[in-house]
Design a protein around this ligand. Structure first.
Ligand code: BG6
Length: 504
């Protein structure tokens, strides 16, 4: 049975930020419209700027209008009553007493029962100190004292931590330790909005609710898997942040490795959070460490060049002169387990590319014997089946197979079967953050990352980030044109393996 979301106060640190206005509040509003929020629910936004509840609500109304998939002024009026603002500096310990009083007042007026969902949407360097201040102000009572003998009425305190979760393996481990000193692992929610995307979850159903995929989902039948997240947009106004971060940290270590985990994991014994996370942890840990000798041939980094309209990445204000931060990365990773021995996974992401496309391409091997080698084929020959799980811009699954062209003489072609989830079910995609936030209110961690997953993910990409990647970064500046599919070297990486990216 699906548990309902518990009454609670959602405390957003970093309330004036972009994420709150563009994603969190629109997502909560959508959840309200769809009836998924608890009846007793309050949002308390914490930020330094002084403003009243009414001022903040007005600002948010404008962004919900712009970013939510639905807008209804009357419903917004109803929903916005649960939003309040708290001016304060999260770095100052004194603030937390007043914050505690404000939350207690909400419990009394709204019935939120002492349940707190803290959301860290601030600069990552503030994470550890906020967690410490929460502890010093004794805002976490769960596990320390019982508010009631009856577990169903006991209050809880949970924390959602935004990415980037650390900037390398060591800093991620340090952040995990800091969180672990204050919160139990079951109360720590490391968010990755890609896990809230419908199709990522649909992959679980596709793989494990059908009999036809799982038996062939291994190295015997699958030649390789490609995971692409390309974007047409650039880095927007986050130039300083992005210059410190780059494509591997921003997209691969987080989002793409999560998609990878769903595509590559073993079947869990149930769909409980614990079982799913156990399998994801196992497969991320099974990623083979890339040796120093393999780094040059297993990775390609790129930086976009100037176009007629736009300067190059290095020309952006806020980007260090001569920066070697990558705006494109393609990595080849191997999984050391029985299922995937010899089947590589190629992960690719980039800014200012030819198209916005997020997808998993499962390329099957060609048939063991080609009976039709002398039959004309529109594509030049049997190509092996291909399953494309498209996450964006459309939510659909495409299966390519070979067929006979009607008529005589015998001729062949490849055709594609398509399942378009939006068309099929008539339900438009919802903002990924919404279901994730509701899951945290329900205490369901299935779509959140475990400590070990995050640290193992860092370990897998570190060879492409530290001094071992110096060679890859040499001469990388402006090595791909805006609006292209990335540097030529990324095509060479595939060509050397007798493969090609799915760019058509
Ligand atoms: C964010 C990255 O996590 O994901 C951004 O920081 C990126 O750089 C974004 O643009 C992509 O998300 P989506 O949902 O648009 O694919």
């Amino acid at each position: 049975m699906i548990r309902k979301a518990d009454p609670c106060v959602l405390v957003i640190f970093g309330a004036s930020g972009d994420l709150t206005a563009r994603k969190l509040i629109p997502a909560l509003y959508e959840m309200y419209i769809l009836g998924n929020l608890p009846e007793a629910f309050r949002v308390l936004g914490v930020s330094r700027r002084a403003k009243s509840d009414a001022q903040w609500r007005d600002e948010l109304a404008a962004s919900v209008r712009e970013y939510a998939t639905r807008w209804d002024a009357v419903r917004w009026q109803e929903f916005s009553k649960c939003i309040e603002y708290f001016p304060g500096d999260a770095a100052q310990g004194e603030m937390y007493r007043a914050l505690a009083d404000r939350m207690a007042a909400m419990d009394a007026s709204a019935g939120t029962r002492g349940n707190r969902l803290f959301y860290l949407s601030v600069a990552p360097e503030l994470y550890e100190s906020i967690v410490q201040r929460i502890d010093e102000a004794a805002l976490v009572t769960e596990g320390r004292r019982w508010c009631s003998i009856d577990a169903s009425t006991r209050s809880w305190q949970r924390i959602i931590v935004e990415k980037p979760f650390g900037h390398d393996e060591e800093s991620a481990a340090s952040l995990n330790r800091a969180l672990g000193r204050v919160f139990e692992e079951e109360d720590i929610y490391r968010i990755d909005h890609y896990l809230g995307k419908e199709v990522v979850q649909a992959m679980l159903v596709l793989r494990f609710a059908n009999t036809m995929f799982e038996p062939v989902w291994n190295h015997r039948y699958i030649d390789h898997v490609q995971i692409t997240a390309s974007e047409k947009v650039g880095v927007g106004n986050r130039t300083g942040f992005y210059d410190q971060t780059g494509a591997i940290r921003d997209m691969i270590q987080s989002h793409l490795l999560q998609i990878f985990a769903f595509a590559a994991m073993e079947p869990p014994t149930s769909i409980s959070a614990e079982e799913i996370r156990t399998e994801k942890i196992k497969v991320v840990r099974a990623l083979r460490p890339t040796t120093d000798a393999d780094v040059p041939s297993h990775g390609v980094l790129g930086q976009y060049a100037a176009s007629a309209e736009e300067g190059a990445f290095v020309d952006l204000p806020g980007v260090a002169k001569g920066s070697t931060t990558e705006t494109f990365a393609a990595l080849k990773l191997h999984v050391d387990n029985w299922r995937w021995a010899g089947t590589p996974f190629y992960l690719r992401t980039g800014k200012r590319m030819a198209a916005k496309r997020t997808e998993v391409v499962v390329q099957f091997k060609r048939p063991a014997a080609d009976l039709f080698h002398d039959i004309p084929h529109a594509a030049g020959g049997v190509r092996g089946n291909r399953l494309v799980i498209e996450i964006a811009p459309m939510q659909r699954t495409l299966l390519r197979f070979e067929t006979k062209v009607p008529g005589m003489p015998l001729r062949m072609d490849s055709v594609e079967m398509q399942a378009d989830l939006e068309k099929q079910f008539g339900v438009a995609a919802i903002e990924a953050y919404g279901p994730l936030l509701v899951d945290a209110m329900r205490g369901d961690q299935s779509l959140y990352k475990h400590r070990i997953e995050v640290e193992s993910g860092w370990a897998a990409v570190m060879p492409f980030l530290d001094q071992r990647s110096v060679g890859l970064r040499r001469g990388m500046a402006s090595n791909y044109a805006q609006g292209s599919w990335g540097p030529a070297a990324a095509d060479d990486l595939m060509r050397r393996d007798g493969r090609a990216w799915h760019d058509d």
